[in-house]
Design a protein around this ligand. Structure first.
Ligand code: BV8
Ligand code: ZN
Length: 251
């Protein structure tokens, strides 16, 4: 794979770099994506399970889906893509700010060591009561059916379902970061879910250089200034390697 020297120069000159990630970055950790050619939920539309009405109608089914996914997530490890992102700041000499804005709920960026992580769609490790909003972050007990709060309300995962607002502090911070970054990487996302995908245009309007990494073309490929087609877990480490080579040659 050829990595443009201009991109390396741009990376070195950047003050702020953003990685906007989706399910594709975790695919190589064994966590199925929602859409795309490898998407395991292709038959089961996430829009139909990831919504509040579905939960009220059939909380057992919705919890079964989340517990199944949680099990897969707990058995998986961050891959070379997550790790490369976590290493990017030090590879570039520690100077640029590196932020991760993720649509994923799997916690793998933090587990890989990324420090600044904005979670637009929540985190599967947290839960809360739908009635009084008390948080239950410990392992839940399903032995007597769907776990309930002290107040009697049903407990749900702390993730953002379709038709629900994104956590304001996470979205606002992401928007500011997108407005002020020099390079905006779009990694492993189909970029069809809004308002998350709008951050791509926010970055573009503010003159960020857009770099897409995906195994296939997406809705936003035409807007990208540079595209890498391949697996994030192989492309991101190659970018780090090029940065390191470039550093060594220029000293
Ligand atoms: C809202 C969290 C305001 C929980 C998720 C127009 C019509 C109808 C509806 C809408 C519309 N415009 C906006 C909406 C609303 C809706 C929306 O966007 N719908 C779309 C689908 C049309 N949005 C919302 O409802 C949002 N809230 O708008 O609030 C509001 C409030 C009240 C009333 C009115 C308005 C909330 C959306 C949050 C949804 N939550 N999940 C959970 O995970 O269970 S969505 C789900 O999609 C995922 O969780 C993920 O977070 C998100 C995005 O998916 P991706 O991460 O991109 O994953 P995907 O599988 O799609 O793609 C994977 C990609 O990876 C592929 O491109 C593939 O090629 C690539 N890939 C695979 N392997 C690799 C790879 N790339 C690199 N390397 C690899 N190895
Ligand atoms: Zn409660």
């Amino acid at each position: 794979m050829q990595i443009d020297k201009n991109l390396i120069e741009k990376l070195k000159a950047s003050k702020s770099i953003v990685f906007f990630t989706g399910a594709g970055i975790s695919a190589e950790s064994g966590i199925p994506t929602f859409r795309g050619k490898e998407g395991i939920w292709n038959k089961l539309k996430p829009e139909e399970l990831a919504n509040f009405d579905a939960f009220l109608k059939n909380p057992e089914l919705v919890w079964e889906w989340y517990n199944h996914r949680k099990k897969i997530i707990h058995q998986s490890q961050p891959n070379q893509g997550h790790i490369a992102i976590a290493e990017m700041q030090s590879a570039l000499g520690g100077f640029p700010e590196v932020a991760v804005i993720t649509q994923n709920i799997d916690n793998l960026h933090r587990r890989a060591g990324s420090k600044t992580v904005y979670e637009l769609h929540g985190n599967i490790e947290r839960n809360y009561c739908i009635k009084c909003r008390t948080f239950y972050n410990e392992e839940l007990d399903f032995s007597k059916g769907i776990p309930k709060c002290k107040c009697g309300g049903l407990i749900r995962p702390d993730v953002v379902w379709f038709g629900e607002y994104l956590p304001e502090n996470q979205f606002d911070a992401s928007e500011k970061t997108a407005q002020n970054c020099d390079i905006f990487f779009i990694v492993g996302t189909s970029a069809v879910v809004y308002p998350a995908a709008s951050l791509i245009f926010t970055a573009k309007q503010n003159k960020a250089y857009l770099v897409e990494i995906n195994i296939e073309e997406t809705e936003i490929s035409n807007y990208a200034d540079w595209s890498f087609y391949g697996e994030a877990g192989s492309i991101l480490p190659q970018i780090i390697n090029e940065i390191k080579k470039f550093h060594n040659n220029s000293h």
